[in-house]
Design a binder for this molecule. Structure first.
Ligand SMILES: *Cc1c(COP(=O)(O)O)cnc(C)c1O
Length: 239
């Protein structure tokens, strides 16, 4: 298309390469294989044309924070995209987004969990979900309190209509990524504990932790899914 489009593409390609290199380095440092870590491109601030370029560059896992935007973009973009809902989900939007999502990272209460169970049962689908945990205990954050989750777990683990894939968290924002390390470590330990207390029903293989500012720390602490927005679109401009 236009000259501007090719500039956008070039910048996205560069950003993508640089993020992939950083992922590879973090994997190497922690003795992990790059195949264990999936990059989810968070497109909530990106223009639709940039998202098209990303898809063209081979990106298939995309994340949106708002259910409405996820649905409208899923309708417009190729079906081979796998959409991750990473932001808060209200129960009255659950039914609408299920057909479009690969995974819901933001199941943050027993009420939402139970509602999704009902919707999934009705649809005869088995959606993948992650339980969002507010490890740091910040008031502003959604998510289960870890103790609350441990208490609710015996009842949740008998669920048949959802695939409980693992846990998700957000670390406190800050200039120093090391702030995230104890938070990510506690998420992993909580996962291990829930797995041990799941009567063999759930392996909880996925840990969704790490964003632009702290994904390397996430990988070092065992992340399998990292959610990256701003670094991916750095320097990409609107014309
Ligand atoms: C926006 C968002 C991200 C991406 O954050 P960046 O710092 O832009 O990489 C990741 N996870 C969630 C839940 C988000 O809302």
């Amino acid at each position: 298309m236009s000259f501007m489009t090719s500039e956008t593409r070039k910048q996205l390609d560069e950003n993508l390469s640089s993020i992939r290199e950083r992922i590879a380095r973090a994997c190497q440092v922690s003795g992990r294989s790059v195949n264990e870590v999936t990059l989810i491109a968070v497109t909530k601030y990106a223009e639709l044309d940039w998202v098209r370029e990303l898809i063209d560059l081979g990106v298939r896992e995309l994340g949106e924070a708002r259910p409405q935007q996820l649905v409208s973009r899923a309708r417009e973009l190729p079906v081979e995209v796998r959409w991750h809902l990473i932001g808060h989900l209200q129960r009255n939007k659950a039914e609408e987004i299920l057909p479009f999502t690969q995974m819901i990272h933001s199941v943050d209460s027993v009420r939402l969990f139970e509602h999704l169970e009902k919707c999934a049962f009705k649809r005869q689908s088995k959606p993948k979900i992650l339980l969002e945990v507010n490890v740091s205990g910040e008031q502003s954050k959604d998510g289960f309190d870890p103790t609350e989750l441990l208490t609710a777990w015996p009842k949740m683990l008998t669920c048949d209509s959802l695939e409980i894939s693992g846990l998700m968290t957000m670390a406190p924002l800050g200039d120093n990524a090391e702030i995230a390390r104890p938070v990510f470590r506690r998420l992993r330990e909580l996962r291990d504990r829930l797995r041990a207390e799941s009567e063999g029903r759930w392996l909880l293989p996925e840990l969704s932790m790490g964003m632009s500012g702290d994904f390397e720390v996430g990988i070092e602490e065992g992340a399998t899914l990292i959610r990256i927005g701003s670094s991916l679109f750095e320097g990409v401009s609107t014309d």
